[in-house]
Write a protein that binds this ligand. Sequence first.
Ligand code: G16
Length: 555
Amino acid sequence: MNEEQKSLLLESSSRFLLSQGVKVSYGTAGFREDASILSSTVYRVGILAALRSLKTQSVIGVMITASHNKFSDNGVKIADPNGGMLSQHWEPFADKLANAPSPQQLLQLINEFVEKERIPFDGVRPAEILLGRDTRPSGEALLEAARQGVTSIVGAVASDMGILTTPQLHWMVRARNKGIKASEQDYFEQLTSSFRCLMDLIPTERKVFDGVNDKLVVDGANGVGGAKLRILHNLLNVLDMEVRNSSEDEGVLNDGVGADYVQKEKVAPRGFGSKDAGTRCASLDGDADRLVYFSVPPESNAQIDLVDGDKILSLFAVFIREQLSLLNEKEDIKNCGKARLGIVQTAYANGASTNYLKNLDLEVNLTPTGVKYLHEKAAEFDIGIYFEANGHGTILFSESFIEWLEVRSNMLSSGSKGSEAEKAALRLLAVSKLINQAVGDALSGVLLVEVILKHMGWSIHRWNELYIDLPSRQLKVKVADRTSVVTANAETVVVSPPGLQEAINAETAKYNQGRCFVRPSGTEDVVRVYAEASTQEAADTLANGVAKLVDQFLG
Ligand code: G16
């Protein structure tokens, strides 16, 4: 780094001093804290993004959001060149950078890192960063802090893409780096055209829809996703859809609404009730990277029928598998049988879902919580479907498999009458365009679920009957220091504090079909407890018993 660069960094960082006593950490999906203490963190993430852009010679994204967290929190997610989360290799640097106590120490840290990583400062390709934010009021000032961080690297350019869902920003970063059109309008255009293509490919005999089951009502968590979904709905003009709890309506972000609330509490979000009994409903989270479905029973106060990320994954797996077997029926394309379809879940996946998928003869892999882990694993397959039970997931297609599908589908569009195999190729290709290849995306997820349900001729109830969930319960425990819980084996075993896992084992053994694990959250200051058992009462008692143990060991 030359002297001009050093003095620019020293000067700008003196405007974003770390508050006394503040320690932040790069969690499951970036930094997340009360918004009031975040400006120095976000400024430093701006610097990091510019360095990452120089290192990779690519466009990088910075998204200001705290996703499912409460309204007063905010946070920052970083999109790598492929649109996925920041490379884990850079996370320790992110932590150090965010916690550097003074401008001098910050400069020293950057200098050392630049040398170690051999980051080019030759000005050949200046850093380029896309900035986005959700609807939180603190977002505007934090986006400005990020911009100042980016522009403290000489020549770096920050483009404000405005209010977006997180997956939209990730999609744009990926598209920019692939050299394809990357505006919000292009995003909507890709989703609507691939959705229409899938609708056109629904077998004729299944095109008669049951009017009662056709309507979809979506809870937008009082966030950005609801507003964007309304735009998408207007553009499509074919779905019977109502969006409630959008950022344009009254109501507080993530307060008694949204996918996290619906999935964890298993109750209907605000604005939904017995009037919606029997209707297919869905819920997005605060930045629209998660999606769950549900239906409301006729009796008020009853629990909803939750159709979570595991069931979305199962629906996608059934559909993809059907298309692959149609492809395999044709002798001359038998090679497609070699297409590896892989499933990725976390320990939160309901045991019944994992059994269901294994019974379909699918390869099921387990990773720790966090899309950064699931995405990486799913990318090893020709088609990798990953989902967390909380509704975060997508379907990844390898470049080589997409190329193969393109050859197939070109044959069809060039005039030959489509065989079932070729239609299956066209469907898979359309899925690869509809479903976000960068990160889990509730908007593209809704469209894919809707068109698959129509393709199958299934109601939400038929879909929910794919398997019966084992009763489960999730709890949060507030402890003095959540980082003292250390886990292994995809978070299924606690290795520290000593003795806690043995105590959990002894408690779990008391329950028929009991399964339980604990892990520190990477987005909230809590330890999470997950329990499963043969009855709801048993799952609740097991979760409460283990929460007490956590309290005893760490309280
Ligand atoms: C983020 C991650 C998800 C993770 C969730 C909860 O989601 O992207 O992969 O499941 O946090 O993480 P934890 O249990 O560590 O708090 P989001 O939608 O909040 O960004």
